[in-house]
Each structure stands twice: as structure tokens, then as C-alpha cells.
Write a protein that binds this ligand. Structure first.
Ligand code: FES
Ligand code: MG
Length: 570
């Protein structure tokens, strides 16, 4: 029997009889359930076991999840070994690359779908299988709201590719190689060869993009087993972790260990510390906020800024560093990083292992002297403050910049604005030499906030081709959108309130001076108040989408600083 931990006092029916409400007559409902489960080959012995739901987010459209079927088989084996009954069920899958206009538009839809599936079907615990960027936060949001015992397992990072002796990986190097191609430094044939090496195996992008950041955060929150964030997708360790996750899923079912018991303010502070130490994706700021809000835990942009200000950059992965997730894993993965961060963490935070974080770390070693991807607090890779929350007349409710991925010479910068109103506008005009842009211009992209466009990752506006050809690699860019966690540059994101709601970004005109001062945490539009009031009076909000999900989304989504969740789900 798996029942090592005392069952909780609650009297919810367990196993397949959980939430038995379908047909009014409970006896008949149970009879029907058992009849149809018999048709699936399940006998009374099977039906006496705790049920573990396993979320299947495999899809041909989500290439990062292509090995998930194999992972599912291993999770199922673990569940059965521990005496549970596994039920695999599909949930919408969000693949970053093939989903338009942006997976962010659907994160809350996936969260809502999964929450309802967890609540409406019998399961005593759930294994959250995900990996590609939005899948992990969507699953954590769903699990938090459904509040059924849950454990996360990501598919793991891809292995690293190579081209002419240089290591390559998705997708920081995709961007670098593409801009080399745009700048004429790489020819047609070479870029085609490179495209075969950037994503060479199954798994998620192996730089510290959103997927890797969220995978590390899953471990930091205590929601996944130690080492499960970074073990390579193709490794046998990942399969062993899948088996162990399945076994643990049965134990948390029996112990009724729910997300609301496990996740605390301390868990989120630990996650924010890891986010800062890896110089993770700015998207994680929005996701962490959204997950915390589902649990009624207060985590503000200011809190994340404050934590980041006290945590140096410790992990040497692209885009802020040189290496890749498999290197971080070889250096001890998230447990080694947490060990290095130990004095800064809340060690009383609980973890899915049943132990506190402090107890887990007692058995772990920190980074060793011969390793170089994970550093120690006394020998960091970079200063603290890799993520900075900005405020100012251009973003009264906040904006974010990943300082660790920005150019030193642009951290304090004043320049004239060049404004783009939409992605179409950007595409039509960015490379038009008659705009006569200089490296000192500030590129402004608006109407790509949560309400405006579902917040696509269009904040990393490309450098205009003619400037790229002159060797310009970075310019100050500002938007109400997001950028990919794999991107780099001096890029101010998530300006709140967004332009579509009449935020100050909506009032900028070409040539207006804009000043960014990262050390002083400001982003300002240097136009006098009277003039701004005149422009504000003339502002007309763009129409909402006419129908369907986009309509519901745009009419209910909260601002980035509140997690961009739907207001009725928070
Ligand atoms: Fe799936 Fe990068 S595209 S993780
Ligand atoms: Mg991404």
C-alpha cells in the first residue's frame, strides 16, 4: 500500500467515485461509472485505487513536447508501482512557434480548461506534464485554483547543437544568427544549415528562455521533484524522474497534499530569487504574479524587483551568459543553485517531496570549484538587479527591463521616439530608410498589451535593416508587449497601463524625447503635461475584438502588473 502519510480528515470520496454527482441518483451514477469503466477493462481491484490524472499536452503542433508519449508511459508505470490508477487526459497544448498571434492569448484559456477538467473528472491527484513556455504557468494556475494535489513534470531542455565548431541553441542563437543574416554577415546557404542545428532534439528551448525559467521556478516553488527542471529531455534521468513523479503523485493523493497547503509567500519569494539568479525570462514576472494571485498570495512587481535587487546573477546561461541548460544540469541543476542561494531563501517553504526546502537542501551540494555554469554568492557572474521594475510618466503602474541582457551604454539614454502603432505598421515601415533612424532613436511599439493584442512577444523590435548593416546591434525599445525569454537588448516591456486603455504610451508622437534611466528605475516621456492632456482628450480606444475567445479575453484580462489573468479567475 502507498499510504505512508496519514490521510487527511476530509470525507471526499476517493478514486473513481470522487465527485459523484452526475445523475441525481448517486447509486445509479456509481453503477453507470463502473459499467463504463468495466468497458475500458477496469475491474473492482483497479477501481479501489487512488486515481492519478496525467495531463497530456503532446501535440504535433507543439514540437517541444514530441517525446511526451514516452514520458507518459513512465509516469504511468510509477503510478501503478505505487498502487494508483493512472488516467491520461488531453488538455489544449500551447506550442510557442506555431500558435498565432501568441500563446499568451491562450494561457488563461488553457488554465481554465485544465481547472475545469481537474474539477469535473474524478482524480485524487494530477501530474502536470508541460514544458513549452505557457503550458507550465497555465497548469500551475489551474492546479492552484482546482486545489487538488498536483505535481509538475516538464519535458526537459533540448540538447545543444553545433555549427562550424560553435555550440548553438534555441532560441537566443536563432536571433543572433538571424540578425547576422539580416546584416549580411551570413549567407543563404549558411542560415539554412544553421536552422538544422538550432533545435536538434526533442525538448524545450535550452537557453534560459521562458520554458527553462519556468522549469527552474517549478523546482524553486517546490512543485516538482529535485533535478526535474533541468534534466535533458533525451536523458534516462528524465525517464527515471517521470517514474518517481508517478510514484509521488500517488503519495500526495493519499496525503491530500494540495497546492494551497504547499505554496506559501515564501515559496514565491524563493521562486523570485531563482528567477533573478538565472536572469530568467521577463515573462516569468507575469506568470509568477498570476499563479500567486490564484492562491491569494500578494506578489507585486515591486516585491519581485526588491528580491532581484538582492540576488546576483549566478547562472551562466544564454541570453545573459554563455552556456545552456544541460550545462546547468551537469553542475547540479536547480538544487545546486538553491544551495548557493541558501542564505537568501525561505527554508521553511514546503516541497512536493514532503520535506521543507531546508531539509531537501541538507542533502544537496552546491556548485563545485571545477564547475562554472552555476556560481556562488561570493563569486557571482554578474551584479544583482538583473530584472528591474521601472516607473515614470511613460509607465505609471510599472514596466520591466532585463538589465542583465541590456547594453551598458544604453542603460541611461535619452532619444527621440519613433512610434509604431501595430505589428503591421512595424512591418511596413521599420526598414524604410526615409524614416532616417539613428542608433540614438527610441523605438516605440504600442497596442501590443494584454487588451490591445493579447500581449505578443513583439517587444524586441528588430534593429532597422540599414542600421543593422552598419553594425548597430542594440537600440532602446519600449512597448506594452512582452519579449521572448531568449531575446536580449535594451528593451523596456510591459508598460502599464497599456496603450489600448489610454496609457501614456498611446500619447507618444514621433520625435518626442524619451528618457530611460535604469539605475534610477525611471522611464519618462519628456513632454509637458498640458500637451499630454490635449493628446489624452483626443484619445479613442480601439474597438474590442468582435467575438469568441478574443472578445472574452480582451474584456476581462487584467494588466501585466496584475498577472494578465482574467479578472473573474483571479
Ligand atoms: Fe517550446 Fe521554446 S518553443 S520551449
Ligand atoms: Mg519563448
Amino acid at each position: 500500500t502507498p499510504a505512508k502519510e496519514a490521510p487527511s480528515g476530509n470525507d471526499t470520496p476517493r478514486g473513481v467515485d470522487r465527485r459523484l454527482t452526475s445523475y441525481g441518483d448517486p447509486g445509479f451514477s456509481k453503477f453507470l461509472r463502473r459499467t463504463f469503466l468495466a468497458s475500458a477493462g477496469l475491474d473492482a481491484e483497479d477501481l479501489s485505487r487512488p486515481v492519478v490524472g496525467i495531463v497530456n499536452t503532446a501535440s504535433d503542433y507543439t514540437t517541444c513536447h514530441r517525446d511526451m508519449p514516452q514520458l507518459i508511459e513512465h509516469v504511468k508505470r510509477g503510478v501503478m508501482e505505487a498502487g494508483g490508477l493512472p488516467f491520461v487526459f488531453p488538455v489544449m497544448s500551447l506550442g510557442e512557434i506555431l500558435t498565432s498571434p501568441t500563446t499568451m492569448l491562450f494561457r488563461n484559456l488553457m488554465a481554465m480548461e485544465l481547472e475545469e477538467q481537474i474539477k469535473s473528472q474524478p482524480m485524487d491527484s494530477v501530474v502536470l506534464l508541460g514544458g513549452c513556455d505557457k503550458t507550465v504557468p497555465a497548469e500551475l494556475m489551474a492546479a492552484a485554483s482546482a486545489d487538488v494535489p498536483a505535481i509538475s513534470l516538464v519535458v526537459g531542455p533540448m540538447s545543444v547543437g553545433s555549427y562550424k565548431g560553435e555550440r548553438l541553441g534555441a532560441c537566443t542563437d536563432c536571433r543572433r544568427m538571424w540578425s547576422d543574416y539580416r546584416g549580411g554577415r551570413l549567407n543563404e546557404e549558411s542560415i539554412a544549415e544553421v536552422s538544422q542545428e538550432l533545435a536538434p532534439t526533442a525538448g524545450t528551448c535550452m537557453v534560459m528562455g521562458t520554458a527553462s525559467t519556468m522549469a527552474c521556478i517549478v523546482e524553486a516553488l517546490g512543485m516538482g521533484l529535485p533535478f526535474s527542471g533541468t534534466a535533458p529531455a533525451v536523458s534516462s534521468q528524465r525517464l527515471r524522474l517521470a517514474v518517481a513523479t508517478g510514484r509521488r503523485a500517488v503519495e500526495i493523493a493519499v496525503a491530500d497534499r494540495r497546492p494551497s497547503h504547499l505554496l506559501s509567500e515564501g515559496s514565491f519569494r524563493n521562486a523570485a530569487a531563482v528567477l533573478a539568479a538565472v536572469s530568467g525570462s521577463t515573462n516569468a514576472v507575469i506568470h509568477l504574479t498570476a499563479i500567486a494571485r490564484r492562491l491569494k498570495i500578494e506578489l507585486s512587481l515591486e516585491d519581485i524587483h526588491r528580491i532581484a535587487a538582492g540576488v546576483p546573477l549566478l547562472v551562466d546561461c544564454k541570453p545573459a551568459g554563455r552556456n545552456y541548460l544541460p550545462d546547468m544540469h551537469r553542475d547540479g541543476g536547480v538544487p545546486a543553485l538553491l544551495k548557493a542561494l541558501e542564505p537568501l531563501l525561505d527554508l521553511d517553504a514546503l516541497t512536493i517531496t514532503g520535506e521543507t526546502l531546508g531539509e531537501v537542501l541538507d542533502g544537496m551540494t552546491g556548485p563545485q570549484p571545477w564547475q562554472d555554469t552555476i556560481r556562488t554568492l561570493d563569486n557571482p557572474l554578474g551584479p544583482s538587479g538583473s530584472l528591474v521594475a521601472l516607473r515614470g510618466s511613460l509607465a505609471p503602474d510599472g514596466a520591466v527591463i532585463k538589465a542583465a541582457a541590456a547594453s551598458g551604454h544604453l542603460l541611461v539614454h535619452e532619444g527621440p521616439a519613433c512610434v509604431f502603432d501595430s505589428l503591421e505598421d512595424l512591418e511596413a515601415r521599420l526598414d524604410d530608410e526615409s524614416l532616417a533612424l539613428t542608433p540614438g532613436h527610441v523605438l516605440v511599439m504600442r497596442n501590443i498589451g494584454p487588451v490591445g493584442a493579447g500581449m505578443p512577444e513583439a517587444g524586441s523590435i528588430p534593429i532597422p535593416r540599414y542600421l543593422a548593416e552598419q553594425g548597430v546591434k542594440d537600440m532602446v525599445r519600449i512597448s506594452d508587449g512582452r519579449m521572448s525569454g531568449t531575446a536580449y537588448g535594451t528593451i523596456v516591456l510591459h508598460c502599464t497601463p497599456e496603450a489600448a486603455l489610454g496609457g501614456p504610451l498611446a500619447l507618444v508622437r514621433d520625435g518626442d524625447p524619451i528618457r530611460v534611466d535604469v539605475p534610477n528605475r525611471t522611464v519618462d516621456l519628456l513632454v509637458d503635461d498640458k500637451e499630454l492632456a490635449r493628446r489624452r482628450a483626443a484619445f479613442a480606444a480601439p474597438p474590442l475584438p468582435e467575438r469568441g475567445w478574443s472578445r472574452l479575453y480582451a474584456s476581462s484580462v487584467t494588466q501585466a502588473s496584475d498577472g494578465a489573468d482574467l479578472d473573474f479567475l483571479q
